[in-house]
Design a binder for this molecule. Structure first.
Ligand code: ADP
Ligand code: MG
Length: 487
């Protein structure tokens, strides 16, 4: 049977605020020692009352606006009750039926082209503490670190619009990119500031009724999200093919096995007894505030990408790479500004996508940027201008970049010190050409017999002799004239 996968994502993202969701307790960013970032509100001590973090609300609305959401005028917080050691109060303050943002969308790349994924809602809640499970060989026990408890946590829920594991991973990549562009979160899956649960079901292709869904948890990278969903699709189709029913349950992904395992079934699901949070007033979100937040939004990745295409005539794929991070896009545009002419933007783009990207990669950190390499936009601009004015050849420029990378010296200085200036004068090249032709009679006779490859060979020899400093066009022309004179 041919099945179609149906996937909906629930994404949790910690917001970049200074303090926690409901008190002025500082929040953790740097793996602080356990239980050092806590206060009576975090611990839910008797007599404490929550106070809403304005910045967290603003960042959530900012996110909603970046994703095309509607911001309802009325919002409120609710209590979600469940007893668990990582939850000091015995309930989590969250938003049940009146979230800050509803009805957004995000377009993602899939193997069948761009697809629009609808976002059902984005709401705000508080993170839980962290449980650390230990086994010292004598007994098993768990430790609790409340540093994370009360950190502002945004939850985004998609409609079940995603149709493949790859599209799910791309949706998350795109979302992370936007969260970083608009600076609401560092959205780092490995550090746990960006987490995702995937709901997966199958239905016969063409059928509109959705099948029973399975919720998959515990993925800590985009790759594991994709693998977990792929595994789940295979597991469910095998069951359906065998005539079995899919039971609605929660499953955990085990990275080492590449498999999902059952955690709890729907019958064991909690009844959270949601009710409006009595310690917090319902909120009115003024249209003025929404407009203000909207006008403060930076250019989004897709807008930047399209602008690079139209302003600098850069092809879509390259433009996508250049706008991958806001910093990279800014470094690129600063370099274009320094070369002063949009005509040279394509050359600048080639540097950023080729050699410069290579150097950034050697830094060995996923979040490395140009600044980490010691190379500056000014260096790259000089190289582009030096090649454009034929002061150095493209191949010399690559060497110069290498030296600049190693030493931080400017290209002009390197060229001066190493005598790398291009040999453009015909006379100087001619001397080299005459010597090469003398030394290669075989190539000369090949040429006479009509083998054009002989010219290529001779150009290569001249390049080698001049260490790539001869202008290839001039060299080619001079060789042809010299050979023809021999006839
Ligand atoms: P629940 O009542 O279990 O919370 P919701 O309807 O609120 O379920 O949906 C939670 C998430 O599951 C959403 O991301 C939604 O898109 C997704 N989802 C809902 N139904 C299905 C389904 N049949 N298959 C896959 N995903 C689904
Ligand atoms: Mg739900």
């Amino acid at each position: 049977m041919q099945y179609e996968a149906v996937i909906g994502l629930e994404v949790h993202c910690q917001l970049k605020t200074k303090s926690k969701m409901f008190s002025d307790c500082p929040r953790d960013y740097f793996d602080e020692p356990p239980n050092t970032l806590i206060d009576p509100v975090t611990l839910g001590l008797p007599g404490t009352l929550p106070v809403i973090n304005r910045e967290a609300v603003a960042l959530t609305i900012r996110t909603g606006l970046a994703l095309g959401c509607t911001i309802p005028e009325n919002a409120k917080f609710d209590r979600k009750n469940y007893p668990y050691p990582d939850l000091p109060k015995g309930y989590q303050i969250t938003q049940y039926d009146m979230p800050f943002c509803i009805d957004g969308q995000l377009d993602v790349d899939t193997s069948n082209g761009k697809q629009s994924i609808r976002i059902e809602r984005i709401h705000l809640e508080e993170d839980t503490g962290r449980l650390i499970h230990r086994n010292d060989g004598i007994e098993e026990y768990s430790l609790i670190d409340f540093n994370r408890a009360g950190v502002p946590l945004m939850e985004l829920v998609t409609h079940p619009d995603i149709r493949s594991a790859e599209a799910a991973a791309n949706f998350l990549r795109s979302l992370r990119q936007i969260f970083r562009y608009i600076e609401v979160s560092d959205a780092d899956m490995e550090k746990g500031s960006f987490r995702c649960d995937a709901n997966v079901s199958l239905k016969p292709r063409g059928e509109s009724k959705l099948g029973n869904k399975v919720e998959v948890k515990n993925m800590n990278s985009f790759r594991s999200v994709q693998r977990a969903i792929e595994y789940e699709i295979k597991r469910q189709s095998k069951l359906l093919d065998a005539g079995e029913r899919i039971i609605q349950e929660t499953r955990g992904y085990v990275d080492a096995l590449g498999e999902t395992v059952s955690q709890r079934s729907k019958e064991e699901a909690n009844d959270y007894r949601y009710f409006p949070e009595p310690d917090l007033p319902p909120l009115k979100i003024s249209r003025h505030q929404v407009e203000q937040i909207k006008s403060d939004l930076p250019e989004l990745p897709i807008e930047k990408q399209q602008r690079f295409e139209s302003t600098y005539a850069i092809p879509p794929l390259q433009s996508k790479v250049l706008t991958e991070t806001k910093q990279r896009a800014e470094d690129f545009e600063e370099t274009v500004k320094l070369v002063k002419e949009n005509r040279l933007a394509k050359l600048v783009a080639n540097w950023f996508i080729g050699d410069v990207a290579g150097k950034i990669n050697t830094m060995g950190r996923a979040d490395a940027e140009l600044v980490d390499t010691g190379i500056t936009p000014a260096h790259i601009a000089s190289l582009v201008l030096l090649v454009d004015s034929k002061k150095i050849t493209a191949s010399t420029a690559k060497d110069v970049l290498e030296f600049a990378f190693e030493t931080g010296t400017t290209p002009e200085q390197i060229i001066e010190e190493k005598g790398l200036g291009q040999v453009t004068e015909g006379d100087a090249i001619q001397v080299v050409i005459d010597n090469i032709i003398d030394a290669n009679p075989k190539a000369v006779s090949d040429y006479k017999q009509g083998k054009d490859s002989a010219v290529k060979f001779l150009v290569g020899q001249v390049m080698r002799e001049t260490k790539g400093r001869a202008d290839p066009n001039t060299t080619n022309n001079l060789i042809l004239t010299t050979l023809d004179k021999l006839n």
